[in-house]
Design a binder for this molecule. Structure first.
Ligand SMILES: [Fe+2]
Length: 276
């Protein structure tokens, strides 16, 4: 890390805070890049204190950590100051589903590895985000149960809990979205390519069902995992400050926005997504 930069842990299972770094748009050295990516892979979530980046340059910083990956839906307009960023705006989208546990882009096999969120405007209070480290959860499992889970295949679907139905209100658009984002199969337990840690690849938003077992078996196994994923031990609740930047690794980390600020103000976060 560059001189004067400090790294502290947010919680034992997930998250680090980087302070003392100021990004002026010029590329940082390769050593800093490697150190920050290492932190991201190993801690799952890295928060940079306000003042580290700006609304205009946070995408250049994010692009330094990973390659940009653009995906846009009908509810993610571009940020006015920064064409590389999309906006998550509590006023503009009544159908936001970010309050359900998910991994960004988890409805597609080529989901982005990293997400960066910059806090542009916040409600007076509330609107935190909770993050969970599913690699940590996997490591708490009974080894026999973990081995069984490794034998299972999951069907993921963008519409598993109505994501497409809720967001694409025009029937024709919804049909096109279902064709564009068909269900796909993947192992329930996956391996992180950088750390070798195993992680649990199902979330409440996009997991359809476990293949080859009964509906009840599927629902109950998923229920056990969802419970563990949202347990206090596996998570960190992050309270945003204007100008803060959070970057996380969608391969091991799931998150949900806490929807507790209705009437309490507008929440605008700028987002960039990256491949590894
Ligand atoms: Fe998200």
């Amino acid at each position: 890390m560059p001189a004067g930069v400090r790294v502290t842990q947010l919680q034992p299972a997930v998250g680090s805070l980087v302070s003392g770094l100021r990004f002026d748009g010029k590329l940082l050295g390769e050593e800093a890049r490697v150190a920050m990516r290492h932190l991201l892979h190993n801690r799952g979530l890295v928060v940079f204190e306000p003042g580290t980046v700006t609304a205009e340059n946070f995408t250049a910083f994010a692009g330094f950590l990973g390659e940009f990956f653009h995906y846009a839906g009908p509810h993610t307009p571009r940020a006015p100051e920064n064409p590389d960023a999309t906006m998550i705006d509590s006023l503009k989208d009544k159908n936001l589903r970010n309050h359900i546990w998910h991994a960004d882009g988890g409805f597609r096999p080529d989901a982005p590895a990293f997400t960066a969120l910059f806090a542009q405007q916040l409600p007076e209070f509330g609107g935190d985000t909770i993050f969970s480290n599913t690699a940590w959860v996997y490591e708490q499992l009974d080894p026999l149960f973990a081995a069984y889970l490794e034998s299972l295949t999951v069907v993921q679907s963008a519409d598993a809990t109505g994501h497409i139905t809720d967001r694409y209100l025009d029937a024709e658009e919804a049909t096109k979205a279902r064709i564009r984002m068909p269900p796909f199969e993947m192992p329930l337990v996956r391996v992180h390519p950088e750390t070798g840690r195993k992680w649990i690849a199902v979330n409440e938003s996009y997991a359809g069902y476990i293949k080859g077992v009964s509906r009840i078996m599927s629902q109950n196994i998923l229920g056990i995992l969802f419970d563990m994923i949202k347990s206090p031990e596996a998570t960190v609740r992050y309270s945003w400050t204007k100008g803060a930047l959070a970057v996380w690794d969608n391969r091991v980390v799931q998150h949900k926005g806490i929807k507790d600020y209705a009437g309490g103000g507008r929440r605008v976060l700028y987002r960039a997504t990256m491949t590894a």
